[in-house]
Design a protein around this ligand. Structure first.
Ligand SMILES: NC(=O)C1=CN([C@@H]2O[C@H](COP(=O)(O)OP(=O)(O)OC[C@H]3O[C@@H](n4cnc5c(N)ncnc54)[C@H](O)[C@@H]3O)[C@@H](O)[C@H]2O)[C@@H](O)CC1
Ligand SMILES: [K+]
Length: 505
């Protein structure tokens, strides 16, 4: 799914809004009147809203602005009222400009619900913990930080105990550019957004502003959206459906590749076990683990399905094995940074001719001497967590937007694929696009989860998935397995082995 931008710079120095363009194209080509599109959007909001909040739930206050976001608010209030909800409307009267759709929806309220016009926060009701507020003050049309009346309304709401549900985007949050630290933004608990996710929603710094969020389809024209060359994308079930190759009935294990997992060191053989087992659960034909001697019996006993090739050293990985037999290689999980292992990583990067996934200590080894970055083979997949990525680039970032920029430049410069792990893992491709993942949960923020991901991606590479597909698909299925594990064990109690047990391609 594409992330449409509200503010995209064009070559002539101006900016366009992909969302507005998509709206306008739909209005002309469907065709549909703008007010009917608003009705459709509001209906889509309400359909989702009623699944979450029953009529008996709470008193609902709709806070509406004067533009189209406010217009949505009025239409939503009318629809909820018709469904039996107890609704009160407060129009935040911050300007003398009202949009045409706002005015039409105001007219449509007549003889149904009255609206109170507010010019001061003292005219607002008390928002106690028994109230639900629908935030329809400003949406994607935000052009400057909140000030004056809207700012004080936002402050009052944020200080209250009301549950806040935002229409399209919380008021005051820029959809795809940075808010200053002292900007006041309404902190929503739940956001129902139209047609496409907004970039701001997948950035960790906004997690407490957007709350839980969901995209509802408002039927903007597919043909127009298809031709947008989006820089940011969101991996959903549809994306993944298009990537997954069905397993053929007459296939044999030779059809699914032979993977080489180079992992483990003394005290870290668990990382080799987890990554190898995850690899086996992800459809690979055969796996060989290359591990230090101390891991031999552990690996052979705990994963009989895998072959184990021990190296000479007892405690750590050393010396490059023959690589001819393998279709893909994974390296890094629990390997440590002993000098002989450093030499091995360098040798591997110089000699590898098949797809590779690089994780953990292998990334730290590369980061320790930046010249090694030049050895990265084209389309290598790197799976750093934020600290590892900071070590690779040798600097920190000020905010999440700067992080995305750095990430995208890094992937383009080194022609590699970087999966920056976290909530909404960001996968940067050499073409400059960034693909955010939609699955996963906080229960996965535990030792071993990363090893599982490396094993899954390795399996996909060995099966012949193109590296960018392997990264996107692997990260998505890893998150999904984590979500299943969280359902069974709870996010707090689940461990990496539970993720493996719930991998289900
Ligand atoms: N046909 C359409 O274009 C559709 C639009 N929809 C709704 O329309 C919204 C966008 O509507 P608008 O473009 O009217 O914009 P908004 O309703 O977000 O804002 C209204 C106007 O307020 C002004 N403004 C911006 N920042 C301000 C600030 N900080 N303080 C005071 N005034 C400020 C701007 O002039 C802006 O156009 C979307 O978020 C969505 O809710 C939906 O109904 C779907 C269809
Ligand atoms: K809003």
């Amino acid at each position: 799914m594409k992330i449409l931008l509200t503010r995209k710079h064009t070559e002539d120095g101006n900016y366009i809004s992909e969302i507005k363009e998509a709206d306008e194209y739909t209005i002309i080509h469907e065709p549909i009147a703008s007010i009917d599109l608003m009705e459709r959007a509001s209906r889509a909001f309400v359909n989702n809203f009623i699944q979450h909040f029953s009529t008996a739930y709470k008193k609902i206050f709709v806070l509406a602005g004067l533009g189209d976001n406010g217009g949505d608010g009025l239409a939503i209030a009318r629809m909820l009222y018709a469904l039996g909800y107890e609704v009160e409307i407060y129009v935040v009267n911050y300007s003398n400009k009202q949009s045409a759709n706002f005015l039409i929806n105001l007219e449509r309220l007549k003889n149904k619900i009255t609206s109170q016009w507010v010019e001061n926060t003292t005219e607002l009701p008390n928002f106690d913990d028994n109230t639900l507020v629908i935030d329809a003050i400003l949406g994607a049309g935000l052009s400057r930080p909140l000030d004056g009346l809207i700012k004080s309304v936002a402050e009052k709401l944020n200080a209250s105990k009301a549950e806040i549900v935002a229409v399209d985007i919380p008021t005051g949050l820029f959809a795809d550019s940075l808010n200053a630290k002292d900007d006041v933004v309404i902190n929503a608990h739940y956001t129902i957004t139209f047609q496409a996710p907004k970039l701001a929603f997948v950035l960790p710094q906004n997690a407490d502003i957007v709350g839980e969020w969901i995209v509802v389809d408002i039927g903007l024209h597919e043909k127009f959206i298809e031709q947008i060359a989006a820089k940011y994308l969101y991996t959903d079930s549809q994306t993944v459906k298009a990537i997954i190759k069905p397993r053929k009935k007459f296939a044999n294990k030779g059809n699914f590749g032979h993977a080489l997992m180079m992992a483990g060191s003394y005290g870290m053989i668990g990382a080799a076990v987890l990554s190898t087992r995850a690899c086996l659960r992800s459809g690979v034909g055969k796996v060989t683990v290359y591990a230090p001697k101390c891991g031999y019996e552990i690996l052979q006993t705990s994963i009989p399905e895998a072959m184990c090739l021990p190296n000479e050293s007892v405690d750590s990985l050393e010396k490059l094995p023959e690589l001819e037999a393998y279709q893909a290689v994974g390296i890094g999980c629990g390997i440590g940074t002993e000098p002989e292992t450093v030499a091995l990583v360098e040798e591997l990067l110089k000699n590898i001719k098949v797809p590779i996934v690089i994780d953990a200590d292998a990334l730290n080894i590369i980061a320790a001497d930046k010249k090694r970055l030049k050895l990265l083979p084209e389309n290598a997949i790197l799976t750093p967590h934020p600290k590892e990525f900071q070590r690779l680039i040798g600097t920190n970032w000020e905010n999440d937007y700067e992080k995305l920029k750095i990430l995208s430049v890094f992937a383009a410069d080194y022609k590699c694929i970087v999966c920056l792990k976290g909530a909404f893992t960001a996968i940067a491709l050499p073409d400059g696009t960034i693909h955010f993942n939609s699955t996963g949960n906080a229960g996965m923020a535990k030792g071993g989860s990363g090893d599982v991901l490396t094993g899954m991606i390795l399996a996909l590479l060995a099966q012949g998935y193109a590296p960018q597909e392997a990264a996107i698909l692997g990260v998505y299925e890893h998150g999904l397995a984590g979500d299943r594990a969280a359902q069974i064990k709870s996010p707090t109690s689940m461990i990496a082995s539970d993720i493996i047990e719930n991998i289900k391609f």
